[in-house]
Design a protein around this ligand. Structure first.
Ligand code: 4AD
Ligand code: MG
Length: 437
């Protein structure tokens, strides 16, 4: 919009007549005049209106889209050290009227609604400054990831969503009718990023993943995004983990630089990073949880959600000043068919999870790159190699030693901002019950 000034820039316009545009956030009747609070994507502006303008606004619903021209003045404040401005309205124009009652009050500092109400009314609740802030931070995380990967000289790939076979094995996939044939919605870009190892050696991308989870938890969605990463000619898994760590450091720095206002509004301190993210084997992590955390899960094949939380919010901050911790050496039974086995112990894989301030945010590791090894691994998993033709084709034609990872975008956002439920970190979440809005 020509000549429009954003709310955040009004302080620099003292004494000038300017145009702002936004939503009518609140209206206060002060008898001889009124205060209209106008919200745009950068903040809230106080607009002083006269009696006639007040009457005009009173006939409107909150959230009406308005354009206001007026003079910027210093706001009278009880505390003279606080310098704020307000607008004295000259003309008011309605750009888009509201035709129904707004279902959720969004003008208060806190939304204070149940999760389902929050999501059911997303059209409106998303407008609350705290909700807006969450997805500004998410966008900054994505930006930081792209910048990091680009600086490494890696290639961004756009992965398909419609797929033939399920890439992560198991039964947690959605079936789609595809011209009378059965297709699946991609569980991850695993197959495709591995294929690109025959060309680009270093790739990344933001993929869509679908999992037909049957249960509802605070950490699972049926549709989510993954920061995908894959690297060829890798000597050992350390190289892959280093990129995971460095990309997260870059993402946090981007958020810190670009989202100071959002973090302040959300009252969030980013998780500590420490000098280096600690690395611990699954076995040692389970033992630490038993010895220091007082919970014995050493007979389990994995850490429980409570164990992951303890390791990343208690153990790692205490010993390493870091809210992120790599857990390595997962048993073969717990990892997918493409995971590289430990040459000295076939029951162990060269894989890792990164636990990030509450729960798993990354799974990654070295991949099987040779044909015979992959056929054997599929059979041992009870899978039929004939169903994995494309996987095996790639292995026939020279894939270098390689590894990579997948990092959940919504999981990372949830943990970085300390949100109780992953749906709060998902702009339009889908779960077992929900397919709207
Ligand atoms: O651990 P996952 O299933 O691993 C993969 O998909 C592999 N292809 C990754 C690799 O390159 N080896 O998923 C990766 C990450 C998890 O760590 C988690 O952050 C997120 O994706 N994730 C989910 N997020 C929300 N809802 C779900 N149902 C998720 N499942 C996984
Ligand atoms: Mg995983």
């Amino acid at each position: 919009m020509k000549n429009r000034i954003l709310v955040k820039d009004l302080a620099g316009k003292l004494g000038e007549s300017v145009v702002i545009a936004g939503w009518l956030n609140t209206l206060r009747d002060m008898k001889n005049f009124g205060f209209a609070i106008v919200r745009d994507r950068t903040g809230l502006a106080q607009v002083v209106v006269d009696v006639a303008q007040l009457e005009q606004l009173k006939g409107l619903q909150l959230e009406t889209v308005v354009k206001v021209t007026g003079v910027i003045k210093e706001k009278k404040s009880k505390d003279p050290s606080i310098k704020e401005v307000e607008m004295q309205a000259e003309t008011l124009e309605i750009l888009s009227p509201v035709v129904d009652v707004v279902p959720v009050e969004i003008s208060k500092p806190e939304l204070d609604v149940q999760l389902d109400t929050l999501i059911d009314n997303r059209v409106i609740t998303l407008r609350h400054p705290k909700q807006r802030a969450i997805f500004r931070v998410q966008a900054a995380l994505v930006h930081g990831y792209r910048q990091y990967m680009e600086a490494q000289g890696f290639t961004e790939i756009f992965f398909p969503i419609l797929a033939g076979a399920a890439s992560e094995g198991g039964a947690e996939f959605f079936k789609v009718d595809y011209y009378g044939r059965e297709a699946t919605l991609s569980q991850s870009a695993q197959l495709y990023k591995q294929i690109t190892m025959g060309v680009y050696e270093g790739v990344y991308g933001l993929s869509y993943s679908f999992r037909a989870e049957k249960f509802a938890t605070s950490r699972h969605l049926t549709e989510f995004n993954q920061f995908e990463f894959e690297l060829g000619f890798v000597d050992d898994m350390d190289e892959v983990m280093q990129h995971a760590e460095d990309s997260i450091r870059a993402m946090m720095a981007t958020v810190e630089r670009g989202c100071a206002d959002e973090l302040a509004l959300l009252n969030v301190t980013l998780p500590p990073l420490g000098e280096k993210f600690p690395r611990i084997t699954l076995k040692a992590a389970l033992e630490a949880y038993r010895d220091e955390g007082g919970v014995d899960e050493t007979s389990e094949p994995d850490l429980s959600p409570a164990g992951e939380r303890w390791l990343s919010t208690v153990w790692a901050p205490k010993h390493f000043g870091s809210g992120f911790v790599f857990v390595t050496d997962y048993p073969t039974v717990k990892r997918p068919f493409y995971a590289k086995r430990d040459p000295n112990d076939q029951s162990n894989t060269i894989t890792f999870d990164l636990i990030g301030f509450g729960s798993e945010i990354i799974s990654g590791g070295m991949r099987i790159n040779r044909y015979d090894e992959q056929v054997q691994a599929l059979k041992e998993k009870g899978l039929n190699p004939a169903d994995f033709e494309d996987y095996l084709t790639m292995h026939k034609f020279g894939i270098p030693p390689e590894g990579g990872f997948g990092m959940g975008l919504q999981r990372l956002t949830q943990n970085v901002l300390g949100l109780a439920n992953i749906k709060e970190a998902t702009i339009f979440p889908r779960d077992v019950q929900r397919l709207r809005p």
